[in-house]
Ligand binder design. Structure first.
Ligand code: ADP
Ligand code: MG
Length: 225
């Protein structure tokens, strides 16, 4: 039975099409103090899926929104829920393709049926009016049926710039935020910081090597910057 359960979890993970498998164990909460850690841990227990609450992660680029969304998705797979992870731009592209191939309804039904839909990166690319309407329909069809996790680099007041119409943005936000947990990730980009740290450590090592040249080479401890 354990083996069967493990295979089911693996199948759900494959079906979710995560671009990478990430979990909360590798997330450094200290790096992003604006993020409510207790709320994230609670969400990872997946109660929100049964309580039908959406999750919106907002914050600038590189602050860990996708990482958190992936970790919540993984937790949901492990707890037995079906998950689909997709970037906003490719979701809209899939819709447009499906519409041209006259299988829009099928795709809409598939997306409405999944327990947890993760829509990543809303905000990087402005959508065409049709794209925005199709996205709106996804949220609308899932409303109070399945859960949606959305990540965005834009605060709500700027969503109109992506969705085009103020009316549509209002209606979409209305549905999305009726039952919602909002995660705010505001801070320095973790990507930038870690590459800066790597560079810093490399420089430090070079200095240390110079300093210890001719002395005991065994004490070249590297102090993190
Ligand atoms: P965003 O989606 O907000 O642009 P990502 O989640 O893609 O940012 O994060 C960028 C990279 O940095 C990823 O590889 C992610 O795993 C890592 N990362 C970001 N924040 C943290 C953190 N607090 N702890 C560990 N890794 C992090
Ligand atoms: Mg991201």
């Amino acid at each position: 039975m354990i083996d069967r359960e493990r295979r089911l979890v693996e199948r759900r993970i494959r079906a979710a099409r995560f671009p990478a498998v990430k979990c909360l164990d590798t997330f450094d909460f200290a790096a992003i103090p604006s993020l409510n850690k207790m709320l994230v841990l609670e969400l990872a227990r997946c109660g929100y899926i049964l309580g039908r609450e959406n999750v919106i992660a907002l914050g600038n680029s590189g602050t860990g929104k996708t990482h958190i969304a992936l970790a919540l998705g993984l937790a949901a797979c492990q707890k037995g829920f079906s998950v689909t992870f997709i970037a906003t731009a490719s979701l809209v592209n899939q819709f447009l393709e499906a519409r041209d191939e006259r299988r829009l309804l099928r795709l809409q039904r598939e997306l409405a049926a999944v327990k947890l839909l993760i829509v990543d990166e809303l905000g990087y690319v402005p959508l065409s009016p049709t794209g925005a309407e199709l996205l709106f329909e996804v949220f609308s069809q899932r409303y109070e049926r399945g859960l949606t996790v959305v990540t965005s680099n834009l605060p709500f007041e700027d969503w109109t710039s992506v969705l085009g119409s103020e009316r549509l943005t209002g209606a979409l936000l209305d549905r999305l935020t009726h039952h919602v947990s909002i995660l705010s990730l505001n801070g320095d980009s973790y990507r930038l910081r870690s590459s800066r740290n790597r560079r810093g450590r490399a420089d430090g090592r070079a200095e240390q090597n110079q300093a210890t040249a001719g002395h005991d080479p065994g004490t070249g401890a590297i102090t993190p910057t």
